[in-house]
Design a protein around this ligand. Sequence first.
Ligand code: PLP
Length: 477
Amino acid sequence: MGIEEFRKNAKDMVDWICDYYASNEKLPVRSEVEPGYLRPLLPKAAPQHPENFGSIMQDVQSKIMPGITHWQSPNFFAYFPSNSSFPAMLGDMLSTALSTVGFCWIGSPATTELETIVMDWLGKLLCLPTSFLAFDEQGKRGLGGGVIQGSASESTLVSVLAARARVAPEHASKLVAYSSDQSHSSIKKACMVAGIPYVRIIPASAEDDYALDPAALREAIEEDLRNEDLIPFYVCATIGTTSSCAVDPIAEIGRITRHYNLWLHVDAAYAGVTSMLPEYRHYFNGLELVDSFITNGHKWLLTNFDCSCMWVQNAEPLKTALSLTPAYLRAKGNSLDYKDWQVPLGRRFRALKLWFVMRSYGTDNIKKFLRHHVQLGQLFVSLIQTDARLEIMAPPRWGLICFAIRGPNNDATNEATAELLERINKSGRAFLVHTELSGRFVARMAIGGSLTQERHVRATWQLISECTTEVLAARAK
Ligand code: PLP
């Protein structure tokens, strides 16, 4: 494809994208294809001769689109939102076009420097302690700073590796990590990958709103310290758990981890962005006691996947864990090589899309965007509360509301809620997923899509109400 052909095709592609965004709310949100649907529709091998853009796009339309679940539909309420926005797409388009691979400063100085600057901008906006920033107000370089990883799972893995690097290698077979049973599975996976032999999962209860109980944590650490074959080294706390948006008490946990000299990682993949809102600052008290903090720009910050924003107060342990510089990567005069802050070597110019977002919206509008979804969450709560057939199953927080069909904690109630969810999703008019809380099957309404407006929440409420009637009628027969 030559430049002029690209110019034309790219304009057609932008038209296609605009049409998609203008109309995606009409599409069935969850794809209904069966596993393996695509194989019979495509040739068995790559074409020997070139095909034109038009025929590829025809196949996109007829063969790929039926298998797409529309994460950018305003009626997508599953998992957590994965925002996109036009400024982020433009930034990402530029990143793709420049195709720099910014593992070291000299490899593409702006790729590294913009990331440091943008992560400082975002860190300031989130009111992180100054020690998490690369440069303080006087322009003095600190020990910490921010880095954009691909996903929260990668960020958590890096934090585990950094924490492990602070412990003498001969102790590696004794290390114990701690988190609550409400933490994301990525913490267990990180420990699995890092070869951490023990992960102690502390049960969180409904009485504590599913938050990690600091007393139980302290007790577990004390118990393990009495065993000479165990060495506590790492705690993962969460602000906004995936199941119910529970918030672990960071300051109390931080005092414990400081006392025992354990690494404290805070996973705020979804909710971390609300640290920029004064009304939520109390959840983030104690961050000065935290070693690493992450929030995903690609969840609720208008920035297309992938953009997991990670900050550390001291980058030295990361470098101890991850720095390896063969002769062909040795360069003079570099100030910061992000290859030493992550697992892979190569890295995309992800800072561009975040920079485009922050500049195009401005921080006032970003705050409005978050508050808008919080208000829609409150609206949804008030709608649920009008219906005695449904109950809210955990304190609603931000845009996440957990609900179920009212009833005793038994199989029949759980089946009824599962049927309700399947009916909603089958309709194609909305997509929600479930979780389990204290043995109950619970539906999760996660509001935060870039395009979601009040009318979408009201329409989904209407759908839930209709489906509840149908499910209860069918079960009464
Ligand atoms: N942590 C929390 C609290 C999450 O909710 C999620 C995903 O939803 C993750 C981690 C994993 O995120 P990622 O897909 O960026 O690895």
